[in-house]
Design a protein around this ligand. Structure first.
Ligand SMILES: [Zn+2]
Length: 96
């Protein structure tokens, strides 16, 4: 059973021209958005309805997706403000 994160990841990858789901097209993959463009599309869909879980966020540092229900950090004192985990927080990244 795919998780919400799996489903959003699949959509995120699909919008960037990847096809992990093995979908069949009449020609080449019809899409090739950048990661930022793909995330804008997903974020808008999340806001519009319940088809995609709105707890799936994109890390402001590494760009990976994560489920804010069970992982990640939200910290408005830094920018970007959402991270998949401690190693991605700017003050941790630059601590060395
Ligand atoms: Zn991250």
């Amino acid at each position: 059973m795919p998780t919400d994160r799996d489903i959003v990841q699949l959509m995120f990858d699909f919008l960037q021209g990847k096809n992990a789901a093995g979908l069949i097209f009449d020609g080449p993959h019809p899409l090739s958005l950048t990661a930022d463009q793909a995330w804008i599309a997903i974020h808008r869909i999340q806001e519009l309805n319940c088809a995609l879980s709105d707890t799936i966020e994109r890390c402001g540092n590494c760009g990976d997706l994560y489920d804010s229900d069970s992982e990640g950090i939200y910290d408005e004192s830094v920018s970007p403000f959402n991270f998949c985990g401690d190693p991605c927080r700017p003050e941790v990244c630059h601590a060395d």
